[in-house]
Design a protein around this ligand. Structure first.
Ligand code: 2IT
Length: 448
C-alpha cells in the first residue's frame, strides 16, 4: 500500500470521527488508487489527496415548513459542493430521515468519480434533507420543497451547481423546487435542476436512465463474459425510480425479476415482476402516501416478508437499488452461497467494503455504483446540454447516447485496470478512470 494513501486515509478518519459512511467510501476509493499514486509523486507535493477528500464548500441550513394541521416542523437542509474541477457541481438531492453530513459526504465524494467517468463536464456534489416523505400529503411535500428551495436557490445556478433527484426526490419534487426557484429568481434558468418534467425542459429517458443504464452496463459485462440475460433470474431491492427503470429493461432483455423491497420488508413474486401492469404499479406505490411495498403483495397476491431483505432469495444476478449499506458480510455470504454470478450496484454504496471484497474473491463479477448507476447523472448532463441549446433530442437520440456512454464507462474502466495490471477489475478500473481526469484538472488549475 502506498504510504501517502495510507496517511490521508488515517488523517481523514481522525478529522471526521463521526462520519463512518464517508470514511468507508474514502477508504475504498483511495485504496484502489494506490498504484496510480505510486506513479505520480507530484500528487503528494500538491496535496492532491488531502484536497480531494475535503469538500470545496459545505452549506447547512434550516428548513421550516407547516404540515396539513398547521403544525410547524424544522428539518436540516444540506448541499455539499464537493469538487468543481471538471464542471459545475452536479448530483442529487436526497430526502430521507437517514440523511446526515456523513451520508451526504459519502454520496458527494462518490459523485466526483462517477461524474468524471461519464466523460461529461460535471463536477461532484450532493444535498438533501433529513425530511421523511413517508406519510406526507402532496401539499406537505410541496410546502417542504418550497421551504427547502427558498434557501438553496442562493447557492445554485446552471453554471454553478445543478441538483437533481435522488432517494425521496423525483419528478414531482423537482417540479415544486423549480417553481420556487423561478418565483424567487424571476429567471427561466431551466438548466439549474435536472430531472424536470417534459413540459418545462426535462429530457426524455431521464426517469428511466439510472435503471436502463445499469442494464446497458451489465450488457457490456455479459458480452465480455460471452453470456446473456435470456432466462436469468434477478433479485432487486428498492421500489423507486432505479428499480422501476431496471425492471423495465430486464423485462425487455428477457430476464425475470422476483423481488422488490422497501423499508417495511420485501416482496417475493415467483411469477416475475415483469408485466406492464406490475411495472406500472411501482409508480403508484412511489406516489402513494404510505410507500409500503406490502401494497404490491396485496395487489398481486404474493408473499411479503416484513422487516426482511431479499438477499437470501436465489438468483443469477443481484441488483441492490435501494440505499447504502444493505449488504454486509453475512448478506454477501448468502448471495455467494446462492450461486450468484453477477452483482451490479443500482444504489450508491449498497455494500460494505468487506462484502465487495468477498464477492470479488468468490468470483462474483462486481459492477460498482459509480460505473453501473452513472446513467442517471449522464442523462442529467444531456438534459443540461439540451437546456443550453434550447433544443430537445428525441427519445431514440437520448437512448443511443446513454447506451454509448455506458459502453464507454465499461470500456474505460477495463482499460484503466489493465493499464495497472489489475485484470478485469471493474471496481478499481472505475475509480482509476474517474480519478485520472479530475486529478489532472486540479493540478492544471493550481492550488485551491
Ligand atoms: O446518484 C446519482 O448519481 C444521482 N442521484 C443522480 C444525480 C444527477 O445529477 O442526476
Amino acid at each position: 500500500m502506498n504510504a501517502y494513501v495510507e496517511r490521508v486515509i488515517k488523517e481523514t478518519a481522525a478529522k471526521n470521527p463521526n462520519e463512518p459512511e464517508f470514511l468507508q467510501t474514502v477508504t475504498e476509493v483511495l485504496t484502489t488508487l494506490a498504484p496510480v499514486i505510486d506513479k505520480h509523486p507530484e500528487y503528494e507535493e500538491a496535496a492532491l489527496l488531502e484536497r480531494i477528500v475535503e469538500p470545496e464548500r459545505t452549506i447547512i441550513f434550516r428548513v421550516t415548513w407547516q404540515d396539513d394541521e398547521g403544525k410547524a416542523h424544522v428539518n436540516t437542509g444540506y448541499r455539499i459542493e464537493f469538487n468543481g474541477a471538471i464542471g459545475p457541481y452536479k448530483g442529487g438531492l436526497r430526502f430521507d430521515p437517514e440523511v446526515n453530513l456523513s451520508v451526504l459526504k459519502f454520496l458527494g465524494f462518490e459523485q466526483i468519480f462517477k461524474n468524471s467517468l461519464t466523460t461529461l463536464p460535471i463536477g461532484g456534489g450532493k444535498g438533501g434533507s433529513d425530511f421523511d416523505p413517508h406519510g406526507r400529503s402532496d401539499a406537505e411535500i410541496m410546502r417542504f420543497c418550497q421551504a427547502f428551495m427558498t434557501e438553496l436557490q442562493r447557492h445554485i445556478g446552471p453554471n454553478t451547481d445543478v441538483p437533481a433527484g435522488d432517494k425521496g426526490v423525483g419528478g414531482r419534487e423537482i417540479g415544486y423546487m423549480f417553481g420556487q426557484y423561478r418565483r424567487i429568481r424571476n429567471s427561466y434558468d431551466n438548466g439549474v435542476l435536472t430531472g424536470k418534467g417534459l413540459t418545462y425542459g426535462g429530457s426524455l429517458i431521464r426517469p428511466e436512465a439510472t435503471g436502463f443504464g445499469v442494464l446497458y452496463y451489465a450488457n457490456e459485462v455479459m458480452k465480455h463474459e460471452h453470456d446473456s440475460f435470456e432466462g436469468k433470474t434477478f433479485v432487486l431491492s428498492g421500489y423507486g425510480n432505479v428499480t422501476w427503470g431496471a425492471i423495465t429493461k430486464i423485462t425487455e432483455f428477457g430476464g425475470k425479476v422476483v423481488t422488490i423491497s422497501g423499508k417495511h420488508g420485501y416482496v417475493y413474486d415467483p411469477d416475475g415482476i415483469n408485466t406492464p401492469e406490475k411495472i406500472a404499479y411501482l409508480l403508484k406505490l412511489r406516489a402513494s402516501k404510505e410507500r409500503n411495498v406490502k401494497m404490491y403483495a396485496d395487489e398481486f397476491g404474493c408473499q411479503f416478508f416484513p422487516g426482511e431483505k431479499p438477499w437470501g432469495v436465489k438468483a443469477d444476478v443481484y441488483i441492490p437499488c435501494a440505499t447504502q449499506n444493505e449488504i454486509g458480510i453475512e448478506e454477501a455470504k448468502k448471495i455467494v452461497a446462492n450461486g450468484a454470478k453477477y452483482y451490479f450496484e443500482g444504489a450508491n454504496m449498497p455494500a460494505s467494503n468487506e462484502a465487495v471484497a468477498y464477492f470479488q474473491k468468490n468470483g462474483v463479477i462486481v459492477g460498482p455504483a459509480k460505473a453501473a448507476n452513472a446513467g442517471g447523472v449522464a442523462v442529467s448532463a444531456l438534459e443540461m446540454s439540451q437546456n443550453s441549446m434550447r433544443y430537445s433530442w428525441s427519445r431514440e437520440e437520448v437512448d443511443a447516447k446513454l447506451k454509448d456512454i455506458m459502453k464507454n464507462i465499461h470500456d474505460n474502466s477495463v482499460a484503466a485496470a489493465e493499464r495497472y495490471g489489475l485484470g478485469y477489475d471493474l471496481v478499481a478500473g472505475a475509480n482509476i478512470a474517474g480519478f485520472e481526469k479530475v486529478a489532472e484538472a486540479m493540478l492544471a488549475q493550481g492550488l485551491f
